[in-house]
Design a protein around this ligand. Structure first.
Ligand code: PLP
Length: 433
């Protein structure tokens, strides 16, 4: 399987190049040159397979001529070593919990799979890979924990001082080994500028093998298809119904992976794109005009994206056809006060405490059902554990949030971050030291 650029269909590269370069030089995004169809027998019997089996089958369909089966099975088992349960709330509504990995967010799927793919290609003593990440919260933790202990890699994470939640900060600074954290006296944008400068710096590129762990990397997209199949398997096991998936969306990688799964043969009734007030996509589906805007800050801050980077992939999956896109994708936006109401209502009605991103997905699912009555299951995706966003919750809800094992021990561990001004000279010296 080769991968093409959304900006130039004649450009085809092997998977290894697509993984290490993240973005083609023409600034498009990589997609598989054809969409493989999963064996209908496999789909018909999918309830007999575990998440790990499903991950391997789906990854094989995309990568079998790129990575030998045995190696792919090993790395996929090592990456996807936690569950993604579908938890029923009532007869027609269930939540797909994607936060049982080490960083307590769905980004673990992408980061863990990508790190092990990179580790696989580095196994023959290639030059050490330096992964640079700027983070405003969830990405850094997933990447740090995803690459922790992966041979041949070294990760440097830049985060803005005082601007990530306490648990997020612990996930960044307590790792040691091949993970280094830098606390920048500045904003997330300052962190991002430093990383971009590093990628553009000739001397750094001559001395180090730099890569980004960017969310647009195709190796992060592929593993996000796994849990859509796994959710379908669980719903089927429980009696089976058509599924409408509701996905809390920012850069639209998660829902893009769902659409790829559907194109590979997964039966899906509809996809519901749920956003906060950063509503570029809901506006586009309403008006037919794609107009990006600067992002605005909301409670669901991992979705504060005004120009969703994965949208071009979705347009390509639909060959630019707005009509067929509208038939499959329904989109709604919600304000912060609606999000808060949604969190309260989920707790009152189902005794379920959800993070703000998850609450938005539930609100959109409910809206969809009110407009599309019928006998089907809505499955909304829970993208993070609520303990990662402590500031958002009213006290009564905060009191109900437990501390998962993944973070219970972190506070006792010694944290280490290098403190640095937002100064490229200092950052460059650090990297070269
Ligand atoms: C990253 C993130 C999202 C947005 O996912 P996209 O793939 O960018 O659409 C939603 N919720 C949480 C908790 C996240 O960390």
């Amino acid at each position: 399987m080769k991968f093409y650029s959304t900006n130039n269909k004649t450009l085809r590269v092997p998977f290894e190049d697509a993984v290490f370069n993240s973005m083609p030089v023409d600034k498009g995004l990589y997609l598989p040159e054809h969409i493989p169809q999963l064996d209908p027998d496999f789909i018909a019997n999918i309830e007999n397979y575990s998440l790990q089996d499903i991950a391997f089958r789906v990854a094989s369909a995309l990568l079998e001529d790129e990575i030998p089966a045995e190696a792919l099975r090993q790395l996929s088992d090592a990456a996807i070593n936690f569950d993604a349960p579908v938890v029923p709330l009532d007869a027609e509504t269930a939540v797909l919990e994607l936060f049982h990995g080490p960083s307590l967010a769905f980004k673990d799927f992408g980061a863990r799979f990508m790190s092990r793919i990179m580790g696989y290609y580095l196994r023959n003593g290639q030059q050490q890979l330096d992964v640079l990440v700027a983070t405003s919260g969830d990405t850094g933790g997933a990447v740090a924990l995803g690459f922790l202990g992966v041979p041949g890699t070294r990760v440097t994470i830049l985060f803005p001082k005082g601007k990530v939640s306490p648990i997020q900060e612990l996930q960044l600074v307590t790792n040691g080994q091949n993970i280094r954290a830098i606390e920048i006296d500045g904003t997330f944008d300052d962190c991002q500028v430093l990383v971009k400068q590093a990628f553009a710096d000739q001397e750094l590129n001559a001395r180090l093998r730099l890569t980004s762990a960017n969310s647009i990397n195709i190796a992060r997209l592929i593993p996000q298809t796994f849990y859509y199949f796994h959710a379908y398997a669980q719903v089927k096991r429980a009696g089976g119904k058509d599924i409408a998936f509701s996905v809390p969306s920012g850069n639209f990688g998660n829902i893009g992976a769902g659409l790829l799964a559907w194109k590979m043969g997964l039966p899906v009734k509809a996809f519901i794109a749920a956003t906060n007030e950063n509503d570029t996509v809901p506006r586009f589906l309403e008006t037919g005009v794609y107009e990006t805007r600067p992002s605005v800050q909301t409670y669901a801050n991992a979705m504060d994206v005004g120009a969703p980077s994965n949208w071009v992939r979705i347009m390509d999956l639909f060959e630019g056809d707005l009509k067929s896109l509208r038939e499959m994708v329904y989109a709604r936006r919600f304000t912060d006060s609606e999000t808060l109401e949604g969190m309260n209502e989920l707790a009152d009605r189902y005794n379920y405490v959800a993070c703000p991103h998850t609450a938005i997905a539930w609100l959109a699912a409910r809206q969809y059902r009110s407009e599309n009555p019928g006998n089907y299951q809505t499955v909304f995706l829970s993208t993070a554990h609520p303990c990662k966003f402590p500031d958002v919750f009213p006290e009564a809800l905060a009191a109900k949030i437990g501390t998962p094992d993944q973070v219970a021990g972190l506070a006792a561990r010694e944290g280490r971050a290098t403190k640095m001004a937002a100064d490229f000279g200092a950052f460059k010296s650090f990297l070269l030291a």
